[in-house]
Design a protein around this ligand. Structure first.
Ligand code: KIV
Ligand code: ZN
Length: 512
């Protein structure tokens, strides 16, 4: 395939703007490594001026990645750009991404600037960025609702000032596919120097059209797509990487534009993002949802047995979804575990493997078959978390038809042991009450959901909680063969995430 579209992943920046999806630096580093393995061309690692935590994470990611470009986001001002540059400058391939809004509604109410002033600000920002690196992206925020000719004027000026990529965002997810494709064509025809830059698109999913709009834009000549894993992001999210990449892959006959994504890492990456952020993937989500390759109707199953192509347009293996569910048992050794984890996309150090192996043996004692989902839960539980303020040491809960549900809990709080008991409507409520007493949290439980990772009554239970404290929202996730323990782990994880948010406040002025 001659033509190629650049895949720009913004899971770590726009994706992290999903309510409650904050990730700590260790989690971001792990995810960045996985994104590099997936074959992403450009990773937007964060918005360094937003907080110290963001700066630190972007800087560490920049130092770690070898092949992938690392971009830092900056508003169109010198301070943001300098801060972003400090964070990405030591990357093997750094990029600065600066933006300013171009729609009249943003100019009038948000920026309180005239059009000429916006052009000047864009040019000054791009020039300054260009004085630091050759690789500069400029975005026209709310581009899809901007006056077309003004948009072309801004892009022309940004390219003349040195932008190597110009990005057209559908910031509020308002565009329709034919209209968005038409806008891309218009920009290509009416921006005289457009051939000197890569034209990019960045879509939001408010009307469920982000993928359709991105594909329409690629069809019309855009050659960079800004996406996130699982489509996470601000409000209804961003364009899903997996949907765009697999659409191009599957329908190359109609759209002969390739990517350099290694599609067999799509599924493990999707799971990793879900585990780290605590944002579950809806079962019917295209490509990576639990039902995406499940065939329920008898007539479909019959067709599938005769020839999978009757009802399947992609092979599950092409996204890294292994057909076999049986993985390991209690007699499996360290080598088998390492191989299986590698297949799932986890390259662990010896020390990490030891930790996972111990947990795996514990689980295999309780459960005959340990499947991929179990292993992923162990990895996330065991090694993807950094040192937490609260650690669950011990839990005992009692419940039944005739007893008052009670739980006693021992936590390590900043390394010191503390123990207490609580009562409740059920054992989970009792455990939460004990944990709340021990931690002194004033957080509110906004959501609690529980699901079985696999079939069978011995399945691991996966629990997600959503907590709010003083305007901060955090998700927590926990998995265990015992659902009361899984719930307690999820609650403790959510409380740790709230602690992280308290310790890394967003600088208000830098909020998007
Ligand atoms: O949605 C948007 O407009 C953005 C820009 C910062 C690119 O995220
Ligand atoms: Zn966005």
């Amino acid at each position: 395939m001659d033509e190629r579209v650049i895949i720009f992943d913004t899971t770590l920046r726009d994706g992290e703007q999903s309510p409650g999806a904050s990730m700590n630096t260790a989690e971001k580093l792990r995810l960045a490594g996985q994104l590099e393995k997936l074959g992403i061309d450009v990773i937007e690692a964060g918005f360094p001026a937003a907080s110290e935590g963001d700066f630190e994470a972007v800087s560490q990611i920049a130092g770690r990645l070898k092949r992938t470009e690392v971009a830092g986001l900056a508003r169109a001002n010198r301070n943001d750009i300098d801060r972003a540059w400090q964070a990405v400058r030591h990357a093997a391939r750094p990029r600065l991404h600066t933006f300013i809004a171009t729609s009249d509604i943003h100019l009038q109410y948000k920026l309180k600037m005239g059009r000429d002033e916006v052009v000047q600000a864009a040019v000054a920002a791009v020039r300054h960025a260009k004085s630091l690196t050759d690789n500069v992206e400029f975005s026209a925020e709310d581009g899809s609702r901007s006056d077309r000719d003004f948009l072309c004027r801004v892009f022309e000026a940004a390219i003349a000032a040195g932008a190597t990529t110009v990005n057209l965002p559908d910031t509020v997810g308002y565009a329709l596919p034919d209209e968005f494709g038409e806008l891309v064509r218009y920009i290509r025809q009416h921006t005289p120097n457009i051939h000197q830059a890569v034209l990019s698109v960045h879509c939001h999913n408010d009307l469920g059209l982000a993928t359709a709009n991105t594909l329409a834009a690629i069809h019309a000549g855009a050659r960079q797509a800004e996406v996130t894993i699982n489509g996470i992001g601000e409000r209804a999210g961003n364009t899903s990487l997996e949907e765009v990449v697999m659409a191009l892959h599957t329908r190359a006959n109609r759209m002969p534009v390739g990517t350099q994504i290694r599609t067999e890492f799509i599924y493990p990456t999707s799971r990793l993002v879900s585990m780290i952020t605590g944002i579950m993937v809806q079962p019917n989500k295209a490509i990576v949802g639990a039902n995406a390759f499940a065939h329920e109707a008898g007539i479909h199953q019959d067709g599938m047995l005769k020839n999978p192509m009757t009802y399947e347009i992609m092979r599950p293996e092409s996204i890294g979804l292994s057909a076999s569910t049986l993985v390991l048992g209690k007699h499996s050794g360290r080598h088998a575990l390492r191989t299986q984890l590698k297949d799932l996309g986890y390259d662990l150090s010896d020390e990490e493997l030891n930790l996972v192996f111990a947990k795996f043996k514990e689980l295999a004692d309780k459960k005959k078959k340990v499947v991929n989902e179990d292993l992923e839960a162990i990895v996330t539980e065991g090694i993807l978390r950094t040192a937490d303020v609260f650690e669950l040491e011990y839990l005992h809960a009692s419940a039944g038809t005739t007893v008052l549900p009670m739980a006693s809990v021992r936590l390590k709080i900043n390394g010191r042991l503390a123990q207490d008991a609580g009562y409740g409507n059920g054992p989970i409520d009792a455990a939460f009450n004990a944990i709340a007493k021990l931690t002194g949290t004033s957080s509110e439980l906004l959501r609690f959901s529980i699901s079985a990772l696999t079939g069978g009554t011995d399945a691991m239970g996966e629990v997600t909680v959503r907590l709010r404290e003083n305007g901060l929202v955090a998700m927590g996730k926990g998995a265990d063969a015992d659902i009361i323990t899984a719930s307690a782990k999820a609650y403790v994880n959510g409380l740790n995430r709230l602690e992280y948010l308290k310790a890394h406040p967003l600088q208000e002025a830098a909020m998007l």
